[in-house]
Design a protein around this ligand. Structure first.
Ligand SMILES: NC(=O)c1ccc[n+]([C@@H]2O[C@H](COP(=O)([O-])OP(=O)(O)OC[C@H]3O[C@@H](n4cnc5c(N)ncnc54)[C@H](OP(=O)(O)O)[C@@H]3O)[C@@H](O)[C@H]2O)c1
Length: 331
C-alpha cells in the first residue's frame, strides 16, 4: 500500500481507519488538529503531524514521501449553515482545505482517496435506488462542498498524474458516532422514541467498518482511478426495522403508539416558525420530518462489480457492539 497519510484521523471514521491500518502494519502518518486527542498507541505506531488543513504552512511540514492519502478532514456541524460566517468556514475547511492538501502533496502522490457524501444528491424521496450517475443536486452547503471537492480531486489527479477516487457515503453508524443512530438508541433507551407514520420508509446507511474496508479496497486499483463509488451496507433499512432491532438489543419492549403523519406535520410547521427565532430549540421541523419519513436509497453495485468489494457488516450483526459502546459512554 505504500506510505499512507490520513487526515481527519481523530474523527469517527478516521479513528476506525487508523486502527485498521495499524492492525495491518501499514506505514501511516496522520494529520491532526490536536495531538492531545490521539491514542497513546498511535503515538508509537504512526507519524503524527499537527496542524490545520486551512493553514498551508502547517501542511508544508508533511513529508513529501507519501503514496496514498485518505482525505477525511471536513466539517459538518450544520449541513445547512446557520450564518454566513458558518458557511464561509465550511467552504474554507471542506473545499480550500482539500485544495491545500492536494497542492502540497501533488508532486509525490500515487492515489488520493476522498470521503464524499450522498448529500451531493438532492435527498428528495426516491423509490428507485440512486446510482453514481444519477443527477447530483445538493440541497445544502455541505453537499455542495463535497461535490466541488469530488471534481477538484479528479481535476488535480489528471493534472498531476496521480489516481483519485471519491467514495459517496450515506449516514455512517457504529461505535464512536453520536449521530442519528446514537440519538435513536438514546431515545429508545429512555423510552422517548415512537414511530412517525408506519415507519416503513427505507434509507441506505453504512456501518463504519464497511466504510473503512471499502476505502482500503480501492487503493492502487487502476479501475478506481477518476471514479466515484457509492458505499452502503447493501441493505435498505426501514425506520421500523431499526427501531425493533435496537429495542430488542436494549431489552426494551417497543412502544406500539405511532404518531400519525398529519399530526407530525403540524408539529413540524410549529418547529419551522420557532426555528426562525430560536435555532435548534424545537425537536422537529419540516426538514427533520422529511428525513425521518422519506425513502432514500442508493445502490452500491458499482463498487461491488468493479472492485469486488463486499460489505461484511450490517445493522444486525453490529448492533450489540454499538449498544455496548453506547452503554459504556452513558455510564
Ligand atoms: N459520518 C458520516 O455519516 C459521514 C457520511 C458521509 C460522509 N462523511 C465524510 O467522511 C469524513 C469523515 O467523517 P466523520 O464522521 O469521521 O467526521 P468527524 O467525526 O466530524 O471528523 C472530522 C475530522 O476532521 C477534522 N478536521 C475538521 N476541521 C479540520 C481542519 N480545519 N484541519 C484539520 N482537520 C480538521 C476533525 O478534527 P478534530 O478532531 O480536531 O475536530 C476530525 O478529525 C468527512 O469528510 C465526512 O464529510 C461522513
Amino acid at each position: 500500500m505504500g506510505k499512507i497519510l490520513v487526515t481527519g484521523a481523530t474523527g469517527f471514521i478516521g479513528t476506525h481507519l487508523v486502527n485498521k491500518l495499524i492492525e495491518k502494519g501499514a506505514d501511516i502518518s496522520i494529520f491532526v488538529r490536536d495531538q492531545k486527542k490521539i491514542d497513546k498507541e498511535w503515538v508509537k505506531k504512526t507519524k503524527v503531524y499537527e496542524g490545520d488543513i486551512t493553514n498551508k504552512d502547517s501542511l508544508s511540514l508533511i513529508s513529501k514521501d507519501i503514496d496514498v492519502v485518505f482525505h477525511l478532514a471536513a466539517v459538518n456541524v450544520h449541513k445547512t449553515p446557520r450564518s454566513e460566517e458558518e458557511k464561509k468556514y465550511l467552504y474554507e475547511v471542506n473545499v480550500k482545505g482539500a485544495k491545500n492538501i492536494l497542492e502540497s502533496l501533488a508532486g509525490c502522490l500515487k492515489h488520493f482517496i476522498f470521503l464524499s457524501s450522498i448529500s451531493v444528491y438532492d435527498g428528495v424521496e426516491s423509490s428507485k435506488e440512486l446510482e453514481e450517475n444519477s443527477e447530483v443536486k445538493p440541497n445544502n452547503a455541505y453537499g455542495e462542498s463535497k461535490l466541488i471537492c469530488e471534481r477538484l480531486v479528479a481535476e488535480y489527479g489528471k493534472k498531476y498524474g496521480f489516481m483519485t477516487t471519491s467514495l459517496r457515503i450515506p449516514f455512517a453508524y457504529g461505535p464512536g458516532n453520536k449521530g442519528n443512530i446514537f440519538k435513536m438508541i438514546d431515545a429508545i433507551s429512555k423510552r422517548r422514541f415512537f414511530l412517525i407514520g408506519r415507519g416503513d420508509n427505507k434509507r441506505s446507511s453504512v456501518y463504519v467498518g464497511n466504510v473503512v474496508d471499502s476505502a482500503l479496497s480501492v487503493v492502487g486499483k487502476e479501475i478506481a482511478n477518476g471514479k466515484v463509488y457509492i458505499v452502503t451496507d447493501d441493505i435498505n433499512y426501514s425506520v421500523k426495522e431499526l427501531y425493533m432491532t435496537i429495542s430488542e438489543s436494549l431489552g426494551r419492549k417497543p412502544i406500539l403508539f405511532h404518531l400519525p403523519l398529519g399530526i407530525a406535520k403540524i408539529f413540524a410547521k410549529v418547529g419551522d416558525s420557532v426555528e426562525k427565532f430560536f435555532p435548534g430549540l424545537f425537536p422537529l421541523n419540516s426538514e427533520i420530518l422529511r428525513k425521518l419519513t422519506c425513502t432514500f436509497c442508493l445502490s452500491s453495485n458499482k463498487i461491488k462489480e468493479e472492485i469486488g468489494f463486499s460489505p461484511k457488516y450490517d445493522f444486525y450483526n453490529t448492533i450489540s457492539e454499538t449498544i455496548s459502546w453506547y452503554k459504556k459512554i452513558r455510564g
